[in-house]
Design a protein around this ligand. Structure first.
Ligand SMILES: Cc1ncc(COP(=O)(O)O)c(C=O)c1O
Length: 381
């Protein structure tokens, strides 16, 4: 791992910085491993949600491998995780597919058209699967609902072609987002009702991601029971789950600094970070991130709107109150900013990307990556 620098005090970190706490990450990994062991299933890390490869030496101890969304994630999985690689894409590009096959233990096609065009490159080299759509729509936000109306993700039972399964070893579905076992139960019931008849000839099934396993109220034993029950009905099948968010869930934060305070009828603190560029899900979902030692507006004595340092009018993190007035130079800690943040950041406005820091078990902070002007320039030409 490339180490830039080690510091002992959070105030000495570059600002902004994503800080992942190794101890919290390991707690999540241990819980996932317990499910693997108790229910005899395989859990893969979904790189789309968590690709902090400086931590892969740790993740590798607990998880079976990675699921990748295409060539680049597959290469990262192969190079940095060095265990199983399972690759699914809404549509593979023909010119990338040979390399994906070389790297991947499983490839999952999103349609019969892709299967028919590309399977000849994969037969005998890797295990072939199909993504199906169980049409179980339980995610409220359309942006994150894989089973919404006219979804392009997965084959519906109406479009399923039983006669084309000769080279297919497995079925994959992904229907959830930040959900508990009851949602998996519903999706699984639809999956079995619609596709159960094909499972006798399969070798594996993949229940996708969206399982919020490491959230405090998640029914872990319920999941283990559900998986065991499924396995008792289909003992010949290997079962895979591929959570991303649950791996990085509440394992760290984003530390930023107050750069200025303006008073336009309301006090607004401008930070050296950005909702748009560094925390895009806060605007897309949208949601209001928790900030350490703060409350909702007007609950504590001093209320501020926190804004990002880009020109976008809507680059607003939210309204928060604090016990003490904010001052220029104060640190702000935005909680739970490890999953789906680093993988989605942009350099919009040329804003500097947050440094990446691992808080080690011995409480020191290892700065594993700093970014600068070149990272902005290199993305453009
Ligand atoms: C196919 C697939 N697998 C796994 C995941 C990971 O989901 P999550 O990070 O919500 O667990 C996703 C997320 O979009 C996905 O599309």
């Amino acid at each position: 791992m490339k180490t830039t620098k080690i510091v002992n005090n959070i105030n000495d970190l570059p600002s902004p910085s994503f800080v992942c706490e190794e101890k919290l990450l390991e707690q999540n990994l241990k819980l996932l491993k317990k499910i693997q062991d108790d229910a005899d299933v395989n859990i893969l890390l979904a790189l789309k949600g968590f690709a902090l490869h400086s931590t892969f030496d740790l993740c590798r101890k607990y998880l079976k491998g990675c699921c990748a969304s295409g060539l680049h994630e597959a290469i990262l999985a192969k190079q940095m995780f060095q265990k199983e690689v399972h690759t699914y894409s809404p549509a593979f590009k023909e010119e990338e597919f040979d390399e994906i096959v070389d790297i991947s233990n499983h490839v999952v096609f999103n349609s019969f058209s892709q299967l028919e065009r590309l399977q000849h490159k994969a037969i005998g080299k890797t295990s072939i699967g199909l993504r199906v759509n169980p049409e179980y729509s339980s995610v409220d936000v359309d942006l994150y609902n894989p089973c919404g109306t006219y979804s392009r993700l997965g084959i519906t039972s109406k479009n399923f072609k039983e006669e084309k399964l000769e080279n297919v070893d497995g079925l994959h579905f992904h229907a959830l987002c930040e959900q508990n076992v009851d949602a998996l139960e519903g999706a699984l019931k639809n999956f079995e009702d619609k596709f159960g008849k094909y499972l006798s000839n399969m070798k594996w099934v993949n229940f996708g991601g969206g399982h919020h396993i490491t959230r405090k109220d998640y029914d872990v034993q319920g999941l283990i029971n559900l998986l065991k029950d499924f396995k008792s009905r289909y003992p010949h099948l290997e079962v895979y789950l591929e959570p991303g968010e649950a791996v990085g869930w509440q394992t760290g934060y984003l530390v930023a600094t107050v750069l200025d305070i303006v008073d336009n009828e309301m006090k607004i603190a401008i930070l050296d970070t950005s909702a748009e560029a560094h925390m895009p899900d806060t605007l897309a979902m949208p949601y209001r991130p928790d900030i350490r030692n703060s409350a909702i507006a007007n609950e504590k004595k001093f209320t501020y709107r926190l804004g990002g340092n880009t020109c976008l009018a809507g680059d607003i993190i939210g309204d928060y109150s604090f016990d003490e007035p904010l001052e220029i130079g104060n640190k702000i800690i935005l909680e739970d900013m490890i999953h789906y943040t680093m993988v989605k950041t942009t350099t919009f406005n040329g804003i500097k990307l947050p440094s990446i820091v691992i808080k080690k078990d011995n409480n020191c902070y290892q700065i594993v990556k700093n970014f600068g002007y070149n990272n902005y320039k290199e993305r453009l030409s």
